[in-house]
Design a binder for this molecule. Structure first.
Ligand code: FES
Length: 155
């Protein structure tokens, strides 16, 4: 399994081999294909681009868009910005945590959902708001959030 992953990643970053200045592009490539960048993949990238592993690790952990854990089939982005917060985002968050059995940043055991918190989705007038994949859902209540999840489960 690890060997397979290693050779897949090596293939992906081949065009960036020996080019440390293209580290971010190489990491994007890996994430686009795998959905995340696990430790073994970081090692392969470091070796291919000839940069220290600590630098690869530093970049992956510094930028929020890089992930080190696999993600669910659907990504839920719950807005925790001020407008959403004052309109009950905390209660919605609690409902989602209970429903999915995970905290922010986690993926449900069935692999269906990853739960993330974001600052503002630009739809403050609909607060509280969450986005599932590309779809925006506003005026959420804990109950409505649960109903939305069950729609995705039934798909
Ligand atoms: S604060 Fe939630 S959408 Fe803007």
């Amino acid at each position: 399994m690890a060997v397979k992953l290693e050779s897949r990643v090596a293939e992906l970053v081949e065009p960036f081999a020996g080019r440390p200045s293209e580290l971010i592009q190489a990491l994007h490539r890996v994430q686009e294909e795998l959905g995340y960048i696990p430790e073994e993949a970081q090692r392969t990238v470091a070796a291919a681009l000839r940069v220290p592993l600590s630098q690869v690790h530093g970049v992956v952990t510094f930028y929020h868009f890089f992930r080190t854990e696999p993600v669910g089939r659907h990504i839920i982005r719950l807005c925790l910005g001020t407008a959403c917060y004052v309109r009950g985002a905390a209660r919605v968050l609690q409902a989602l945590r209970e429903e999915l059995g995970v905290d922010l940043g986690g993926t449900s055991a069935d692999g269906l959902f990853t739960l993330e918190g974001v600052r503002c989705l630009g739809a403050c007038g609909l607060a509280p708001v969450m986005m599932v994949d590309g779809e925006v859902y506003g005026r959420l209540t804990p109950r409505r959030a649960r109903e939305i999840l069950s729609r995705y489960r039934d798909e």
